[in-house]
Design a protein around this ligand. Structure first.
Ligand code: GLN
Length: 414
């Protein structure tokens, strides 16, 4: 058979005929885009990408670069240093609003332009600037996409011709000392970041890398630490869709980011990465049909952050006394699936039922797919306590789920 997933994506596109709004017209090169293009892609966390529609059309990433620049800044400078300069509160304002947080004077978040221009300056080692920093960004976004991305020089030049508002924003943060470099150079390099070319398949892989705790599921490369990916997804959830962010989170429920060229990127943690493309924008600056496609995917496929399936209830597959051929008896628990806090608690409750009669205990992890740090600590503590109670415990763990592997340390914010 052929998997029905591509057919389904095709059908979703077919159902999203009603378009509205207009192609962004403040940048001449963007205004020239074909408004009827429509595409969707979806990447699984084991690295398979499905797509439909105009999936090979390249467009500039624009504001969808912001969460990735934020990720690289967090990776390169650490969470505390970045938070000192850029906040995490939704602004409720338009993407290019001239606003700073009262009191702290920080840009409110890294998803609006004033925060993104500031975040751009935080990528790389302190002191890295200009072309070298832009190259760090290009390479970083390429690692998220799993292929070499290039800049659309025509869009860059075109946008620089009308970048008055972004220049005003950069001068504002410069005047407060939040950034110390030449605002004109900073805006040019930020605009270069926005002018990287992607297609919907790239967006889906980039999203899947965030959803997969920072590891690109196609290349296997760890691009940023899990804590960084979590921070980025959190800010996308609350600030990614600008002044439509509240509606978006309740209706679609997928952390997302839109771009003025018509792209939307959605990343559902632990589940899937999504990219859509359609150039006409609604009044919030989000792609009209892209929003509709995401609404349908969320609705049809149950892809909502607040509606995720319970993780721990099925973790104990079998439990009870077993007898071996030699007449021996052991108390055996067979576990399955992922073990996180709720699953770990379920297992510990079973282990707590074992009597104080010194019976041997077997904990079988053969069918366990994944154990997070908390699940691992909980299981090991159960084993330790059984040992203290005088039980001989054997753990069947062929995939070494309870062994902490050293995965290396990519940066300060892991
Ligand atoms: N390059 C655009 C800008 O800075 C990005 C805005 C967007 O995509 N919403 O204005």
């Amino acid at each position: 058979m052929r998997t029905p997933v591509p057919d389904y994506l095709q059908e979703v596109l077919g159902g999203c005929t009603a378009d509205g709004g207009a192609v962004a017209d403040d940048v001449p090169e963007l205004a020239a885009a074909d408004p009827d293009r429509l595409a969707v892609a979806l990447t699984t966390l084991d690295g398979v990408t499905y797509s439909a529609g105009d999936d090979d059309v390249l467009f500039t990433v624009q504001s969808i670069s912001k969460p990735f620049a934020y990720a690289l800044a967090l990776q390169d400078r650490g969470l505390a240093a970045v938070l000192e300069v850029v906040g995490t509160e939704p602004s409720g304002d338009a993407f290019n609003e001239i606003s700073l947080e009262p009191g702290t004077g920080r840009p409110r978040n890294p998803m609006i332009n004033i925060g993104a221009i500031t975040t751009h300056s935080l990528v790389g080692e302190p002191g890295l600037a200009g072309a070298a920093r832009s190259e760090r960004l290009r390479r970083g976004l390429s690692a998220f996409a799993g292929r070499e991305l290039v800049v659309d020089e025509a869009v860059l030049e075109s946008e620089m011709g009308t970048a008055h508002r972004n220049l005003a924003l950069a001068h504002m943060v410069r005047s407060r000392g939040t950034v110390t470099e030449d605002p004109t150079v900073l805006v040019r390099e930020y605009t270069r970041q926005c002018a990287l070319l992607v297609d919907v398949r790239d967006l889906a892989v980039m999203a899947a890398t965030l959803a997969h705790h920072g590891v690109n599921p196609v290349t296997g490369e760890r691009v940023v630490g899990a804590r960084v990916a979590r921070q980025v997804l959190s800010v996308m959830a609350t600030c990614g869709m600008y002044d439509a962010a509240g509606d978006w989170l309740s209706v679609v429920g997928i952390p997302a980011k839109s771009g003025v060229a018509g792209g939307i990127l959605g990343a559902l943690p632990g589940e899937v990465g999504i990219g859509t493309f359609s150039p006409r924008l609604d009044r919030f600056g989000n792609s009209t049909r892209g929003v509709r496609v995401c609404e349908r995917l969320s609705e049809d496929m149950g892809l909502h952050l607040m509606g995720m399936a319970p993780a721990g209830l099925a973790v104990v597959r079998e439990v009870g006394l077993v007898h071996d051929d030699g007449g021996g008896t052991a108390w055996r628990a067979v576990l399955q699936g992922p073990v996180t806090f709720s699953g770990g608690e379920r297992v510990l409750r079973e282990l707590a039922r074992i009597g104080a009669d010194g019976v041997d205990v077997v904990l079988d992890l053969t069918r366990v797919s994944q154990v997070d740090d908390v699940g691992r600590r909980m299981l090991l503590e159960g084993v330790r306590r059984l040992g203290l109670d005088g039980h001989a415990v054997s753990v069947v763990d062929p995939e070494l789920m309870l062994v902490v592997e050293d995965v290396g340390t990519p940066g300060p914010a892991r």
